[in-house]
Design a protein around this ligand. Structure first.
Ligand code: GAP
Length: 466
């Protein structure tokens, strides 16, 4: 990992230069806290989602998938508590009029606070600590009282009245509500029984005030959420198991170093939570929340039963006992995971006085698995054989063909996008039907027979956790 001080700028610059992440609507000057994924960014995000799905659905007999809609009945957001309580505490600097999140100002000054505190609690903390807090924009200490600002994004969907803002349909603020309202459908249509989980990946939208920190906090983002339905008395035991499972996922499956991860226990619990921990990652701007693991009790199903008028209790098929399942959840953003993976992978090496930037992604996450080069562009026999090899490999692996510039430059380009293997067709290939394969991390080169290449790649791409 690069030196923390300037590594964020370097990662942002590499993401733009190499097509991982672009600011949204850039030719119009950008659009606050929204980003687009470029050609390699979309490959990386897809690989992150595949790995999450594998761990949370494919490897788990007790968890099934779902893809619910972004738009849902407006009552869902009343039942969930979002209309009344999904709000961030804001203050405005009376001098420069920049608005800031008070929980963040307090946190940066080393004072324990979070967005779940009441308006009164956080207001008192702000004004009691003015000696330690200043406006991040102008440095003054003259703030308005704290106000909570609702994060839900409204739309005019299906509303043809003149003043549609009175009955808005919301873009979902979290994906899990789609899981709660489908819990009966899943129970009735699949073979799951309590305890079981439902997993979903999808877009969520929040009117975030802080438009900083790149893809860490955005107004449109994707969540990967799993909600696990348990017997009430087993909630905390299952919760501890889920916490452990999620820790293993980051260290074993995503290859994040243990030293870059830590648990943060919430002291102030949001209205629905019985217990809440975050897994924090050492982002370039410090340890910050990567994922939330929450024990939600029976809050969600009880609320939806109340607002919908439907019975959402569960009847044990063996004992006939009826109860409202308790829910534990794991919730993480795709963008935040991608930023953690980018941070972990970013490496600078000194190469005989030259700097090599290499993204040491776990191989399963690398956007491109292999690049195929003819040694020289102007030798048709090398170019056509390299194309032939590329055409065969692309059936099984995400590959690139590149004949532009000298081989050293082509290596550097592939290093910057984290391609594990570069395959070069040279003059010896014409004689021996072997190619050189160069390893991204060690830069060692070996010769592999063309006929063995696909098998060799398959074995080596899955040979380590990286
Ligand atoms: N269902 C629970 C829930 O949504 P949360 O703590 O509000 O809990 C869970 O969000 C995760 O979603 C966070 O840990 C983070 O990874 C991601 N997330 C939340 N807001 C985000 C935003 N504005 N931009 C990017 N990711 C976000």
């Amino acid at each position: 990992m690069a030196d923390k001080n300037d590594s964020m700028d370097k990662i942002v610059s590499l993401c733009k230069r190499r097509g991982f992440v672009f600011p949204s609507s850039e030719i119009y000057g950008g659009y606050g806290a929204i980003y687009d994924l470029g050609p390699y960014g979309v490959e990386l995000a897809n690989a992150v989602k595949r790995e999450w799905w594998k761990c949370m659905v494919q490897l788990r007999q007790d968890i099934v998938g779902l893809d619910s809609s972004i738009f849902m009945h407006p009552k869902i957001w009343e039942a969930s508590g979002h209309v009344a309580g999904f709000a961030d505490p804001l203050t405005e600097c009376k001098v420069c009029h920049v608005r800031s999140r008070v929980d963040h100002l307090l946190e940066e000054a080393g004072i324990e606070a979070d967005e779940k505190m009441s308006e009164e609690q956080i207001n008192a903390l702000l004004f009691a600590n003015l000696d330690k807090i200043k406006c991040p924009s102008c440095g003054k200490k003259d703030f308005t009282p704290v106000r909570k600002f609702n994060l839900l994004v409204k739309s005019n969907l299906g509303n043809f009245a003149d003043d549609w803002s009175k009955e808005p349909a919301y873009l979902r603020g979290e994906t899990c509500q789609g899981i709660y309202v489908n819990y009966k459908n899943v129970l009735d249509s699949s073979r799951v029984q309590v305890p079981f989980g439902i997993a979903q990946i999808g877009k969520a939208f929040r009117n975030e005030i802080t438009a900083r920190q790149f893809i860490f906090r955005t107004r449109e983002f994707e969540q990967m959420e799993m909600q696990y339905f348990t017997r009430p008395e087993n909630e905390m035991e299952e919760y501890e198991k889920l916490r452990d499972y999620r820790w293993q996922y980051y260290t074993r499956h995503l290859g994040l170093a243990e030293k870059n991860l830590k648990w943060h226990k919430h002291k102030n619990l949001v209205f629905y939570a019985q217990e809440a921990y975050d897994i924090e990652y050492a982002f370039p701007f410090g340890f910050k929340e990567l994922e939330g693991v929450h024990a939600r009790g029976d809050y969600d199903l009880t609320q939806h039963a109340k607002y919908s008028g439907k019975d959402l209790s569960y009847t044990d098929p063996k004992t006939g006992e009826k109860f409202v399942p308790h829910i534990i959840e794991s919730s993480v953003g795709v963008g935040r995971t991608v930023l953690a993976v980018l941070t972990e992978a970013y490496t600078e090496e000194d190469l005989d006085g030259d700097q090599r930037i290499v993204m040491k992604f776990p191989k399963k996450l690398a956007p491109v698995k292999a690049a195929v080069f003819p040694l020289l562009k102007n030798k048709p026999e090398l170019v056509s054989l390299a194309k032939e090899i590329y055409d065969a490999l692309k059936l099984d692996f995400m590959c690139e063909f590149d004949d532009n510039g000298n081989v050293g430059k082509r290596y550097r380009r592939q290093d910057e996008i984290g391609t594990p293997y570069c395959i070069t067709v040279d003059f010896e290939t014409l004689e021996s039907r072997t190619v050189t394969v160069r390893d991204r991390d060690t830069m060692e080169q070996i010769r592999v027979a063309i006929t063995d290449l696909a098998g060799w790649l398959r074995t080596n791409l899955s040979s380590d956790s990286k």
